[in-house]
Design a protein around this ligand. Sequence first.
Ligand SMILES: Cc1cc2nc3c(=O)[nH]c(=O)nc-3n(C[C@H](O)[C@H](O)[C@H](O)COP(=O)(O)OP(=O)(O)OC[C@H]3O[C@@H](n4cnc5c(N)ncnc54)[C@H](O)[C@@H]3O)c2cc1C
Length: 480
Amino acid sequence: MGDLLHTQAIETLSRAFPHAVLRPGEPRYEEENGRFWNQDNADVRPAGIVAPGDADETAKILQVLSDTKTPFAIRSGGYMPVPGFNTSPSILISLSRLTYVSLLPSPSQDGETPLVKFGAGNTWGRIYDALSPHGLVVPGARSRPIGVGGFLLYGGVSHFYASVGWACEAVTEFEVALASGIVVTANATQNADLFWALKGGGANFGVVTSFTMRTRKLKKLWGGVRVAVGTQLTALQVFTALHEGIQGDVDEKAHVEVITFYSPETCGSGDALFVLSLAYAAEVENPVALKGFLDIEAVSDGTRMTTQRDLAEDDKVNVGYDKRGLFRAFSYRGSAELTLDIYSTYYALVKASGLFDADPSAMAALLWLPAGRNLAAGTGVMALGEEAEPYLSCSICMRWSDPSASARIHAIADSIAEKLKKKPRDAGAFVTFTYGNIAGVQDQTFSGLPEKTRRRLSDVARNYDPEGVFQTQVPGFKLA
Ligand SMILES: Cc1cc2nc3c(=O)[nH]c(=O)nc-3n(C[C@H](O)[C@H](O)[C@H](O)COP(=O)(O)OP(=O)(O)OC[C@H]3O[C@@H](n4cnc5c(N)ncnc54)[C@H](O)[C@@H]3O)c2cc1C
């Protein structure tokens, strides 16, 4: 039945949009199907990939898929690792042709920086290439190849998170193709309920075909990566600085992500490595706000005065389309000692888990994104209210090459994630909200939101997608 549905849909779409439909074996299909951070998703191989050229075409394609009740997935950059969230054995809508970037005059007072409008198929690297010559920045992903679509629709943590909050807070307008075949604009005054819902509500309402964002002037910033060996002492120093960094009067220019990782190839039988990704949104070398991290003895130090475009080039290792990968996430408050316990337990469990027997080239990482007051505040779906306390988003990441190891490694990750979550639960420090962009399918990002927010999201979904196409035909974190 499924096969029949997508065969009919492909025939109909091929007649209406012959230039947009790609079938297995065609060179453009193979090129498109290679663009997944998690190669398990490349193995799915949709029966047809449809790459619309503009918003109207996207809407008409959606109407066909809705009328024929054909399952389909949507992909912007392809960096979300969750199996089957950005692809489908049936139809994949690839936004890869929507790659324009244009600067628009600011609609408000003199002296304000321009807005930037861009197609939903862009990577952040392309946006930075366009803005950098003008000395402008936007809160985008910290690595070039990440797509704009998934990043912004689930929130987005940028180098400017402490001042902007979720990156989607800087979006002033979404252009959205709906399942009914029409295109709508969502901003503060038009379709304001949809505007709210898209700031964190994911792929539940329509296909966003373009984003318009506020820019800001920042020619240079300071940042880069410091690498340290993860002894118990280093770990305690790092976690103390991490917890202190989200308490009290936070310097809103400072940014840190703590990434720890271990692979037998890199670390032998030794300790995990700490990769401290630091940034400071001003022309200030070695900022005081990050002293706790700068005091840690580093085996390499890539911090420098730089540009947003250049800083996004730093991660060349983890961004390729050459491996399989997964995330699992949870959030908590608590202390440096609790984080040290989570860290030590993780690597003990990883080493005992059989991960490296399943694939000797595998690597395991555990990373933390501090969510300060601005992430809890904001105007979108993930605004947890003024009273919300800062917390840490913690994510397990594993990467490997062998496709036959995937099922076993997912099971290992699930088992370890449950054991780690128990630590903050037992300490009364667990936070129910999980950041979807760094999560696994089990983490069901929306179920941790307040009941009122979830009801409002479902109302908006019913308003703009009364047939429930995005709830029943499209994969992703769903609202029910
Ligand atoms: C190496 C690496 C680095 C990362 N760095 C960061 C970082 O700095 N900050 C951060 O916050 N996160 C980061 N992430 C997580 C990243 O933000 C998410 O994986 C994000 O979803 C990727 O966006 P994408 O467009 O590439 O995803 P895709 O895989 O293309 O899409 C993700 C989901 O969003 C849906 N979707 C995408 N575009 C649209 C659209 N236009 N309309 C409707 N639905 C859509 C898809 O259907 C899918 O369900 C990183 C991930 C990796 C692997």
